[in-house]
Design a protein around this ligand. Structure first.
Ligand SMILES: *[C@@H]1O[C@H](CO)[C@@H](O)[C@H](O)[C@H]1NC(C)=O
Ligand SMILES: *[C@@H]1O[C@H](CO)[C@@H](O)[C@H](O)[C@H]1NC(C)=O
Ligand SMILES: *[C@@H]1O[C@H](CO)[C@@H](O)[C@H](O)[C@H]1NC(C)=O
Length: 493
């Protein structure tokens, strides 16, 4: 039922209601035309330099932006790419000699700002000098937050006994997790032994829902079809037994899942989907169940020990490498365009040569969307020092609100697969060297350790959770008041 008192706004007259917004819209249009009209040509021109110099732009607020190319085919940068790059709000000017559209002083400031934005000062930061400025959006901000997080973040894990019939899916695994979906089990195993755990829920910032989707999947009592019911019941149980779920509708709760079954696991628990923090590998803007900025993109990592042999960029003879099954139209398109190419090696099915040797002898390693936007290939490439090329539209790249993916990877839109060679050749050798060096610098962020090391994947996920903690702590006793408020506002919907 609509409640007229709280929902309808009365305006003095009808005509004012239409006239005022129309005037505003017209004025804004005029302003935009005046300001951006003259700036556009500079903008596009500098974008061209910018793109070839630094690969694709992946900021915090947009999808991975495809790299266009200015190859011999004469194809210009896609307008979308240029426009998105301008999200920074800085239409950069180039040295083309034309009169800048702004007074000299403003122009100088803008250029200065744009330059420092693009070129973070090189150097190290943080305890043990482990943070490399050039791979972060804002290393100082990260470093300060990280130390505070490390000192104060507290997490409560819903307890389960070893006798619980679902203990195998609720408690951490005994052995060291391995394989494709290891990230899910690894995180839980490391978390429960970490100094972030508290037994006192009243001091917890966040509450961990410890079920493992990957393990429920293999439980015959549950199996794939029953996971959604299992989760629904689990949430019902904890919301009856404890007061914490109801307090925020689940907003200070999180779970972790790497298997793609997680996509549909929350279908019968909408509060988990829309309120809780979902730390998942299948992090696609395209999925309705994934909410960027609320949820966290978890890297899919095949755990490996130590570091790989170092192969200098000059010793990497192949231009690009991909191997995988043809389980998506994107991969089919890749194979169609590049099979039998002398520079871009694309394999489907079983490899006759070693996978790691291929990653070690290629300049670029392609991560191409399969069933999901994510695979372990990005972390594989990083481990072997190969610059990742991401061809997976809508992929919310792991840690992209912290790490500047533009500094160590290239993002290519599916549409641009036929231009792949031009795009990769368009990366100058200096830029490649930079990308390659930076890949080695981000390596530590894409590794699991049973005893976690600072800035490794475990700590990066903890930092992402820290960013999403609520700064408002709702007291438990105000529960009935907030329920009352909810009921009143829900009338208006
Ligand atoms: C974070 O905390 C752990 C455990 O107390 C400690 O070993 C580590 O050095 C800390 N890291 C930083 C960067 O303060
Ligand atoms: C939480 O809310 C549900 C649904 O409104 C209710 O049935 C349950 O008793 C509440 N839990 C607690 C601990 O008050
Ligand atoms: C909600 O509505 C009830 C009666 O309709 C009223 O008594 C109560 O004060 C309202 N609560 C709030 C928070 O506005």
């Amino acid at each position: 039922m609509l409640s007229p008192v709280c929902c309808r706004r009365e305006f003095p007259t009808r005509s004012f209601f239409y006239f005022f917004p129309a005037c505003l819209a017209l004025l804004s249009c005029l302003l935009v035309l005046l300001i951006y009209g003259p700036a556009t040509s500079f903008h596009l021109q500098s974008q061209r330099l910018h793109h070839t110099a630094a690969g694709a732009h992946v900021g915090h607020h947009e999808n991975p932006v495809p790299v266009g190319s200015s190859g011999p085919a004469g194809r210009k940068y896609s307008v979308a790419g240029a426009a998105l790059d301008g999200v920074s709000g800085v239409p950069t000017s180039s040295a083309s000699g034309k009169t800048p559209p702004f007074p000299a002083e403003v122009e100088r400031k803008r250029e200065e700002w744009a330059w420092t934005k693009r070129q973070p000062p090189a150097g190290e930061l943080g305890k043990g000098k482990d943070i490399h400025r050039e791979v972060f959006h804002d290393a100082e901000f990260f470093s300060e937050g990280y130390e505070e997080m490390n000192k104060t973040l507290k997490i409560f894990v819903y307890p389960h006994s070893k006798d619980d019939p679902f203990a195998h899916a609720l408690l951490p695994v005994a052995s060291e997790p391995g394989g494709n979906y290891a990230s899910e089990s690894y995180f839980k195993k490391v978390l429960v032994q970490s100094h972030f755990i508290t037994k006192d829920p009243s001091e917890a910032h966040l509450f961990f829902l410890p079920f493992s989707i990957a393990r429920l999947r293999y439980d015959r009592r549950v199996s794939v079809g029953g996971i959604a019911d299992f989760i629904q019941k689990y949430i019902f149980d904890i919301s009856q037994k404890y007061p914490y779920w109801n307090r925020s509708g689940g907003a200070d709760h999180f779970y972790i899942a790497c298997h793609s079954t997680g996509r549909s696991a929350m279908e019968k628990a909408e509060e988990v989907k829309f309120n809780a923090i979902q730390v998942v590998c299948s992090a696609s803007y395209y999925l309705s169940g994934y909410v960027a900025h609320k949820d966290v993109s978890l890297p899919q990592i095949w755990p490996r020990k130590g570091t790989s042999t170092r192969v200098a960029s000059s010793k990497r003879e192949k231009l690009a490498f991909f191997s995988g099954s043809l389980n998506s139209p994107v991969r089919e398109k890749l194979l169609q365009a590049w099979k039998n190419d002398p520079e871009i090696f694309v394999h489907s099915g079983r490899l006759s040569t070693s996978y790691s040797e291929n990653l070690l002898s290629s300049k670029f390693c392609l991560h191409v969307k399969g069933f999901e936007v994510n695979t372990a290939r990005v972390a594989d490439a990083i481990y072997y020092g190969c610059v990742p090329v991401i061809i997976a539209n809508y992929y919310d790249l792991p840690f992209s609100d912290v790490l500047n993916w533009k500094s160590f990877s290239i993002v290519v839109a599916t549409l641009d697969i036929p231009l792949l060679r031009e795009i990769l050749h368009g990366v100058s050798s200096d830029t490649y060297l930079e990308l390659h060096k930076n890949v080695l610098k981000v390596r530590k962020h894409f590794q699991w350790h049973l005893s976690p090391l600072d800035y490794d994947t475990f700590y990066m996920v903890m930092y992402e959770l820290w960013l999403r903690r609520s700064t408002v702590r709702l007291p438990l006793h105000s529960l009935s008041a907030s329920n009352q408020l909810n009921r009143n506002t829900s009338k208006c919907v």
